[in-house]
Design a protein around this ligand. Structure first.
Ligand code: JFZ
Length: 312
């Protein structure tokens, strides 16, 4: 196996963090609960681009504390974190010069949580990774939307979106935060082999970078990403990582209290580890910047068990 994958393979367990302006509506739009995952609210409630773009003005996560989050990951026994740098809604959770729809330029908060988390992860000795929705982007003209666009403001050319937003932002992420992992998602047919090759050219400049199998354009990437399930035989001969939610959403939803028990989560970890995979377990911080207590408690209990029974 590739030496580059050694830390990742040994890590076994990581924290996925879905955090964005969708934590403000938290699964409720115009007083009504919206079905589906919290981070899909713009899509599922067919929110017009102009309206969605009002959300950052109400996003001021004053209680965000990188030290608290990274300490929780460590206490849980996790060896890496992967946070949404930009999800399908197109809102960048980092200081982006390439596009102003970002947390520094568009919110009263004005801070860059990715900077703080990357620095804190380094300080505490765990790896830092980012999720980036390279294909779907519901607020940028030309960005893809699974199921189709619902607002004229989304019209545009996908290749132009890639050249003017996604590729510049991927460049920024790689250059400024030196992520160990780049986690792509939901490729559509718009991501042709030629367009994907443009992105791969960038990735190839970072020979230590690990990226997943969701870029599109026919690229297999480094890791298989079974979602919400554990393949009964694992993926023999492949590096793989099951990503999973603690409740039924990735991004925070105030009404979702369907939390898996600590026992189930721990058994999943042991099951995955026994099959040679990694467990990327998600938390969905709220609009104040707080990881829900029910999630934090479960992670802490798992960490206590690992301290006694796990390998460190
Ligand atoms: C995607 C996203 O749409 C979702 O919001 C979240 O970020 C998740 C981690 O990834 O959702 C998917 C992607 C792939 C599958 C299912 C949901 N899949 O392969 O079954």
């Amino acid at each position: 196996r590739d030496a580059r994958m050694a830390w990742w393979h040994a890590a076994r367990y990581g924290m996925f963090i879905h955090w964005g302006v969708y934590s403000v509506p938290a699964g409720v739009w115009q007083g009504k609960p919206v079905d589906g995952a919290g981070e899909w609210i713009m899509h599922d409630a067919r929110i017009p681009v102009e309206e969605y773009k009002q959300l950052p003005a109400r996003f001021d996560p004053m209680q965000f504390d990188a030290h608290t989050w990274v300490s929780l990951a460590k206490a849980a026994g996790m060896k890496y974190i992967v946070i949404t740098a930009k999800h399908h809604d197109g809102f960048a959770m980092f200081d982006s010069k390439a596009n102003a729809f970002n947390i520094v330029d568009a919110t009263p908060f004005k801070h860059d949580p990715l900077r703080a988390l990357a620095d804190e992860a380094k300080r505490q000795g765990i790896k830092f990774g980012v999720y980036y929705s390279q294909d779907q982007d519901w607020t940028a003209p030309g960005g893809a939307a699974i199921g189709g666009h619902w607002d004229k403001a989304q019209d545009g050319d996908f290749a132009t979106y890639l050249q003017t937003k996604a590729i510049p932002q991927i460049k920024e992420l790689l250059a400024k935060y030196h992520p160990a992992v780049l986690w792509f998602d939901t490729p559509t047919r718009e991501m042709t082999p030629q367009l994907a090759a443009e992105i791969v050219k960038l990735l190839d400049q970072y020979p230590q970078l690990i990226w997943n199998n969701r870029l599109g354009g026919g690229y297999a990437g480094d890791t298989e990403t079974p979602e919400q399930h554990i393949p009964p035989q694992g993926f023999p001969g492949k590096d793989w990582e099951t990503c999973m939610t603690i409740n039924d959403t990735w991004g925070y939803k105030s009404a979702d209290t369907d939390f898996k028990s600590t026992t189930v989560l721990l058994r999943n970890l042991v099951d995955i580890a026994s099959k040679g995979g990694n467990y990327l377990l998600n938390v969905g911080p709220d609009a104040r910047g707080v990881i829900p207590a029910a999630e934090a408690e479960r992670l802490q209990t798992i960490g206590q068990w690992l301290k006694i029974n796990g390998e460190s």
